[in-house]
Design a protein around this ligand. Structure first.
Ligand SMILES: NC(=O)c1ccc[n+]([C@@H]2O[C@H](COP(=O)([O-])OP(=O)(O)OC[C@H]3O[C@@H](n4cnc5c(N)ncnc54)[C@H](OP(=O)(O)O)[C@@H]3O)[C@@H](O)[C@H]2O)c1
Length: 179
């Protein structure tokens, strides 16, 4: 299982149900990595998508404890145990955990690879991702630095220059979700 996330200098990922930044190249990479795959997301993250709609060209699995919640064509899942049954036939490397904070936290032990966009900027945040440089069992495998000239800070209209890195971390011994 993989995860994909964009973090700021403090591993912040969101504020008031929004992303912190918009970097065109990062969204492009997110799409390239997840298209045709299965994505797992929390109900609150789904609500941040345009029209609160599931992502196209991916099998979306939305986690919620609300038994009446629907978001077709997404699959709805109410617990990790139920998810284990949903994912039984899907290859592990075809599954991407895409947030938000509560979902990342619960799935981190099960992920082998984390695609982390590290943005060289500090923003006000109320949702965080665990600092992978300080997590036992996780190692940085690669990191490539870039500059975006037309990035956006959430809530502001103007385009700004932002430095960011595409980093890949790996966990040596991820737990198995399905026994
Ligand atoms: N920077 C990034 O890469 C990135 C990516 C994604 C999201 N984000 C940001 O993260 C923030 C949202 O994160 P969040 O932690 O507030 O919300 P979230 O993780 O997206 O969703 C939380 C919801 O998921 C459901 N849920 C969680 N665990 C569950 C379980 N074990 N079984 C069943 N349902 C479960 C619950 O839904 P119910 O309340 O319906 O029961 C819970 O309220 C936003 O600011 C968003 O923009 C950032």
């Amino acid at each position: 299982m993989n995860l994909i996330v964009a973090v700021d200098n403090n591993w912040g990922i969101g504020f008031k149900d929004h992303l912190l930044f918009r970097i065109h190249e990062d969204l492009k990479r997110f799409r390239a990595l997840t298209i045709g795959k299965t994505v797992i997301l929390g109900r609150r993250t789904l609500m941040t998508f345009p029209g609160c709609r599931p992502l196209e060209k991916r099998m979306n699995i939305v986690m919620t404890r609300d038994k009446h919640f629907r978001a077709e064509p997404a699959w709805i899942c109410h617990s990790l145990e139920q998810l284990g049954r949903f994912l039984y036939n899907i290859p592990d490397d075809g599954i991407f955990v895409i947030g938000g904070a509560s979902i990342y936290e619960q799935f981190l032990p099960y992920c082998r690879t984390a695609y982390v966009t590290r943005i060289e900027q500090s923003a006000e945040a109320d949702r965080y991702f665990p600092d992978l440089d300080r997590q036992d069992g996780w190692s940085l495998i690669s990191c490539q630095d870039y500059i975006s000239l037309d990035a956006q800070i959430e809530g502001r209209d103007e385009q700004v220059e932002l430095q960011y890195s595409f980093c890949v971390y790996e966990q040596e011994k991820p737990r198995r979700l399905f026994l």
